[in-house]
Design a protein. Sequence first.
Length: 432
Amino acid sequence: AMQMAYLALFLFSLLPLISAIKLERGPGALPKFVPACQGINCLANETCCEDKKAGSICCVEETSICCPRGDGLPSRCCPRWMVCCDGGQYGCCDPSELIKKPQAGAVAYALFDEGDVEDGSSLWGFNIDLTAATKTQQKIPGFNDYGEITRLFTYNPVQNLFYLLRANYSNPGFDGKEPITLTTADPVKFTVADVPVTGATGLPTGFLYSYKLDVIIASTYRWENKQKVGYNFYHIDTKTGVAKLVSQSDFVSGKDNYEGWFDQISVDGSLVYRLGYQDVVNSIGLGLGITNITSAKAANQWYDNVGVSNGLRYMSLNIFEGDFISMAQDDDTNLSVVRWNLSGGAPKVLVALDDAHTPRFFGPIAEAVDYENAKYYTLVVHDGIIPIQTDRWALASVDLKSGQSYISPLYPWMLAGMDSVSGFGIPHPSTH
């Protein structure tokens, strides 16, 4: 009850701030202002709490104090009966309350792309404690995101390395001849290395690392007479970048079925899966496409009416003990974890996650399965009181056997409105 009271008072202290952001404090609000606070006009009874990265805010002097930016937290207004801290729910702590920190546990590794870097390296390597939800990070020099968020890197759990395939579009024409670069990111040494891919060109429509085959399974469009006519499927060596063509597919009646845009592969690397609309352009026909790439000519099968269950729309695909594990979203953007299969059994909602969302505008969430301990982990977004400015990344865990779960903001805080996840993986026990 006391915590709720404190939170209510804290929220009350933010009301002038929220109205300032929404209404921009027009001239008719109150006649007396202090100098502009990074575009926000604070009232005479408010203090400018400066934050050049996340945006400055105004704190009511009578009821709140300004807590400056630090330890991953943005500048914020805390009630005067609390102190600025790097913990608590909003970076405000009551000295009379004892909050026990979780004990350290197994680790995962992640990559994040820093959103406000327009040139130079913007990639960061993260070490995330899966029990305490604590993190340490270091910048990885030498990676250029060209001022945009990246696709998700695929992860090698044995070598503890992340891989990204990118085509070079400085070649005019966009006709499938663009050279491909394989980027390897090391989240422990904080290094990146590029090698040219040989034997394959064009946009990598899908790529995932196969633990069983120790290669990257990748696909590109197949071109004839400067027209897309199907897909090429490759095995790419992670060290040399040499691509071996293993299978090809043709468009059906000249129409793209997007089988090369896969988002999961089978354990043995023989199948690739695409969850989504069959007609992507017109958003028609939710289902699952499964393509067999073990022969020279790929064989595709489409399963209709897959991807929606009890108002939940599946967003992702993971494989566990012959079933699929999917993150699913409802109409209010709330996220749940669902276990399902194609055998006709009813999908099972393992857990509805509390305050778990995708980024408000652009960017993915990321998932990883710990097969040794039958646990599913995902990086999601906690919505903040002030949209975007206080949204923060959180770690959720689900026991795939019992359904037990927890979710906690990453510590120290990390703003989801500024930084985009680029990769997430759990290392194989042999790498510990």
